[in-house]
Design a binder for this molecule. Sequence first.
Ligand SMILES: Cc1cc2nc3c(=O)[nH]c(=O)nc-3n(C[C@H](O)[C@H](O)[C@H](O)COP(=O)(O)OP(=O)(O)OC[C@H]3O[C@@H](n4cnc5c(N)ncnc54)[C@H](O)[C@@H]3O)c2cc1C
Length: 485
Amino acid sequence: MNTTSVNFIRNQPYFINMNRTYQPLTANLLAELAHLFPQTLIWEDKELLFNHSHDETENLSYLPAAVFIPKTTTELQTLVKWAAKNKIPLTTQGARTGLAGGALPVAGGIAVSMEKMNSIIAIDADNFQITVEAGLITGEINRVIKDLGLFYPAETSSKDSSFIGGNVATNAGGARAVKYGVTRDYVLNLEVILPNGELIWTGANTLKNSTGYNLTQLIAGSEGTLAIITKAVLKLVALPTHRLVLWAEFDDILEAGKAVTSVFKGGLLPAAIEFMEREAVEVGVAYLNHNPTGKKLDKTAYLLIELDGNQPEVLQKDAETLFEILQQHQVGEILYADNAQQQEELWKLRRCIGHAVKISSIYKEEDTVVPRAQLPALIVFIKNLAQQHNFKAICYGHAGDGNLHVNILRGNLSQTFWEEELPQLISVLFEYVKQLGGTISGEHGIGWVQKKYLSIVCSPAHIELLKMVKKAFDPEGILNPNKIF
Ligand SMILES: Cc1cc2nc3c(=O)[nH]c(=O)nc-3n(C[C@H](O)[C@H](O)[C@H](O)COP(=O)(O)OP(=O)(O)OC[C@H]3O[C@@H](n4cnc5c(N)ncnc54)[C@H](O)[C@@H]3O)c2cc1C
């Protein structure tokens, strides 16, 4: 195995892996491909190859032999047919913001970047639908449809960088999933290229569909292993006219967790309810160089809660109920943001935490999810585990969904601990998550780095069935090989 460690961007060393297990892209094959695609294939630009060798997962980097950047579905179909004939692995890449290593070209071959297939094809306001190409930055959707009174609620915290194709392929969640659902809930129909190069639409542009197996929902969340998504028809909803955002402080991290359950038991359905422990907020504030709360960060945990609707008086009443509920959990000060600028500043702080943590240290991010009422138990377990084994875990996430991101920082931890002991502790954490009725990924996927833990939550028969599905789509295993299982 040829591995080297180099310093590159982010001031963090990347672990570059050149290991190849698949058919190599030989000079002859490259020459044939370069002749077919003189504009679209890049293989001599080392910096570009490096850029496409990693996503946001830890410090991992796997160099592809070439990068293919198609502008049209036809070009991409031709490439897939060629790759199928020559058994060359293809790894589809969105914006490479993924946190499970799904877009890493671990088998070498060709990285297929969707960045130039980024148009909005049609907006059907009467039917509350939009049709987009897979390489569109997701945040563009709401920017374009806002003036039509329409809303795409499944945006992620990475909305200004990640692509809709990547969101569909990972079944991404986001802060508003608790009220509105995840990406999968908004995908009506997909245009995809199958591993043999055939192009199909998976469904229909309808709200109901009982026509055979649901391929749309199977491909959503399949992490680029079954097909390449080229277009998506997405469902939209009416844009709520009013929003209220609250920032609530807690001295007791457990009470913050318990308050989340009480909010729902009290009959409220917030658009978002996000949990952050103090260290997460501190890292975010340091990154922004600005504290939009204007408060001293001396509490243990914080909740960011958004209420939305169309009637201000109903919203006001809900806010009062919310206040009473939070008081039962020893809430400290509550900050109400009722103008758009204040709200956006608080959201900016919440959204930047993931990135801010990542640039502070090499890290491993776990994407645990449990039934919502089990969140306090999960938080206690993680804090105890970290204390007992002397590692630092910063926790934050989509509390309304029971989805807690656990960022374990490398800091001064030894290599032996990081590579050998920590994976065992992560297994212990996942066993506990399973006991609570949860699972190992709420929204990031399994990709490359989580597959060693899959058997904790999926039985051998379950994994075998997943493999059979993969085989039915991709008998030669050319699409995003070595991912998920
Ligand atoms: C700061 C930060 C915040 C984040 N916040 C969230 C969040 O709130 N919620 C959340 O769910 N995730 C979040 N993520 C993770 C990440 O943004 C999501 O997983 C996102 O959906 C990945 O999209 P992408 O375009 O970057 O895809 P990539 O990372 O490039 O790819 C992800 C997977 O999708 C596959 N894929 C990509 N495009 C296609 C396609 N067209 N056809 C078939 N397969 C494809 C790839 O092969 C890979 O397996 C965050 C990440 C960061 C860095």
